[in-house]
Design a protein around this ligand. Structure first.
Ligand code: DOR
Ligand code: ZN
Length: 343
């Protein structure tokens, strides 16, 4: 049987929520990944070091016994974030970045930033304390077509942020367009990007052709095929600027299959398998380890993992849903077959 052994990977962009959903999803990630950057967009958002410490404890409590997994915490940037909090975060060994959501851009982003100019003192502090800024890169302007929101953000805001804070370490999260890829490629070594499995595997037809398929709806939304191809090229290029970040974003099935369905694809159940499928189709399985296990750790200045994981080329069927009682989460590719399976 064909196998693929990799250094144990990390997930550099993950939503695990809290309460019953956290308990349902965390084992999926912890079985695959040694570490994950935990997104702070809870209700209410995680804005202080103290809140992040409490959230970290909740996550550690929810990990099944015997599994070695480290949550890497982030704080949610708001107009009210103080320079003192940024200093505290930089001094804490648990906090690895701040997350910038433009207000209204996505799930639980109401507390985000309405005008980036107003957080210039905070960005200066991040640059000074050398704490990465993770960006949801979409403009919120209702007149901007939803398929153009990332490109518009890159042209206006990202150009300005990287010009005005040249030493700031930035991760443009879940890139979805050729323009974002090109921006990151030509920027300095302090600018990197994560790429999700859904943006490598699918284009926007997956959401809309043959019926509306809410489980493919996430933000930034899937784009045209030419953009998917640019993402595959970047992920499989061997460039250390692009690394794995699933953006696995669990929502209850009832809130996805809804007249106003939530944005987010749940991919933690098969994250590495989904990436393996994308890399294999591109004829680039040899590039998966750098993307999944090395470049993110290097960017965050953390040691690379020393354990390994093995994938088997063995087909299996993705369950229709995960969870018990009130919790039902429909995973990406529910009911479909995947080629690779984690041992
Ligand atoms: O699709 C998304 N879901 N995009 C985001 O940026 C947030 C995420 C979520 O939290 O559900
Ligand atoms: Zn996200």
């Amino acid at each position: 049987m064909k196998t693929l052994t990799l250094t144990r990977p990390d997930d550099w962009h993950l939503h695990v929520r809290n309460g019953a959903v956290l308990k349902t999803v965390i084992a999926h990630t912890a079985k695959q990944f040694a570490r994950a950057i935990i997104m702070p967009n809870l209700k209410p958002p995680v804005t202080t070091v103290l809140q992040a410490q409490a959230y970290r404890e909740d996550i550690l409590q929810a990990i099944p016994a015997g599994i070695n997994f480290t949550p890497l915490m982030t704080l949610y940037m708001t107009a009210a974030t103080t320079v003192e909090e940024i200093k505290l975060a930089a001094e804490s060994s648990y906090i690895h970045a701040f997350k910038l959501y433009p207000a209204g851009a996505t799930t639980n982003s109401d507390a985000g930033v309405a005008d980036i100019k107003t957080i210039y003192p905070q960005l200066a502090a991040l640059e000074k304390y050398d704490l990465p800024l993770l960006i949801h890169g979409e403009v919120v302007d209702e007149h901007c077509d939803i398929f153009d929101r990332e490109r518009e953000f890159v042209d206006t805001h990202l150009v300005a942020i990287t010009r005005d804070f040249p030493a700031l370490r930035v991760v443009l999260e879940h890139v979805t367009t050729l323009e974002a890829v090109q921006f990151v490629e030509f920027a300095g070594a302090n600018i990197a990007a994560t790429i999700t499995p859904q943006h490598l595997l699918f284009n926007r037809n997956a959401i809309l052709a043959g019926g509306i398929r809410p489980h493919f709806y996430c933000l930034p939304i899937l784009k045209r095929e030419q953009h998917r191809l640019a993402l595959v090229k970047a992920a499989t290029s061997g460039s250390s600027k692009f690394f794995l970040g699933t953006d696995s974003a669990p929502h209850l099935t009832t809130l996805k299959e809804n007249a106003c369905g939530c944005a987010g694809c749940y991919s933690a159940h098969a994250a590495l398998e989904l990436y393996a499928q994308a890399f294999e189709t591109a004829g680039a399985l040899d590039k998966l380890e750098g993307f999944a296990s090395f470049y993110g750790a290097d960017f965050y200045r953390l040691p690379r993992n020393s354990e390994t994981v093995t994938l088997l080329k063995s087909a299996w069927k993705v369950p229709e849903n995960y969870g018990t009682g009130d919790v039902s989460i429909t995973p990406l590719l529910a009911g479909e077959e995947l080629n690779w399976q984690l041992q």
